[in-house]
Ligand binder design. Structure first.
Ligand code: SAM
Length: 243
């Protein structure tokens, strides 16, 4: 049975929070202290995208925040046309400025929920989703978004996720999150741990790596790849069959 999401933040609450958090997401190296291996995961998914699509011309960055993922991607595949999609206007403003300086390609900003955005079918060689999909709630939403992403990829294109995840079995999940709690305490003490756990409880509804890889296969991805996992953070993706 699916969990109830009635107590979780609405899209508007999520947008309002991120509207005020632009500075924290504007640094490639220090942006997300509470995310284990954030820098490594970003490196791995952009390197994997480059390996699969070295001649890419169009990138879609879902939940782009202040643009860190697009900037890292551009450092590996220069000149990309970049579509930056986010709920938050202030995030998009910063992302547009930063990304515009780093590419000769077109930069388009889309201020929409990923579920509602009108995106070009087959229009993107690389799609990145960094720390955003855990805001999806019901299974049908996840399937809708994964199908949409698959349809938006050009043949041979690739989709890469770096995100908070859970485990499928309750006892394993419990000990993994206990370990994550210790990691947070090491960073900022018991109060910081509680602060992070409280906002995850309120705002996030992560799914397991297995769930997401199975869903990728269900919507059509031929190859799925796990690049990295450390406790409740993982980097993984899927590749669409070439035409
Ligand atoms: C944790 S931030 C990550 C930003 C960026 N990817 C990074 O890692 O630096 C998540 C971003 O996703 C956006 N977001 C959350 N839910 C979204 C949705 N349903 N559609 C589009 N953007 C969303 C938020 O506004 C926020 O800017």
């Amino acid at each position: 049975m699916e969990a109830s999401y009635a107590q979780k933040s609405t899209s508007k609450e999520i947008r309002d929070r991120f509207d005020k958090d632009v500075a924290r997401f504007s640094n490639l190296d220090t942006g997300q202290q509470s995310t284990i291996d954030a820098v490594l995961s970003l490196e791995l998914i952009t390197e994997a995208a480059k390996a699969v699509n070295p001649n890419a011309t169009a990138l879609l960055d879902i939940g782009c925040g202040a643009g860190n993922y697009s900037l890292k991607m551009l450092s590996k595949v220069p000149g990309l046309h970049c579509t930056l999609l986010d709920l938050s206007g202030p995030m998009l403003e910063r992302a547009g400025e930063r990304v515009g300086k780093e590419t000769v390609g077109r930069v388009e900003v889309v201020r929409k929920d990923v579920r509602e955005a009108e995106l070009i079918e087959g229009g993107y060689d690389i799609i990145l989703a960094g720390a955003v999909l855990h805001h999806l709630r019901e299974e049908e939403d996840w399937e809708f978004v994964f199908r949409k992403i698959y349809n938006c990829l050009a043949p041979g294109g690739s989709f890469w996720i770096s995100d908070l995840v859970v485990q499928d079995s309750a006892p394993v999940n419990a000990f993994i999150w206990e370990q994550y709690g210790r990691y947070l305490e090491g960073l900022g003490g018991a109060e910081y741990r509680q602060h992070v756990f409280d906002y995850i409880e309120k705002e996030d509804s992560p799914r397991s790596v297995n769930f997401q890889l199975d869903l990728m296969k269900k919507v059509g991805f031929k190859n799925v790849e796990v690049l990295h996992k450390n406790l409740c953070f993982a980097a993984f993706g899927g590749i669409k069959k070439a035409g």
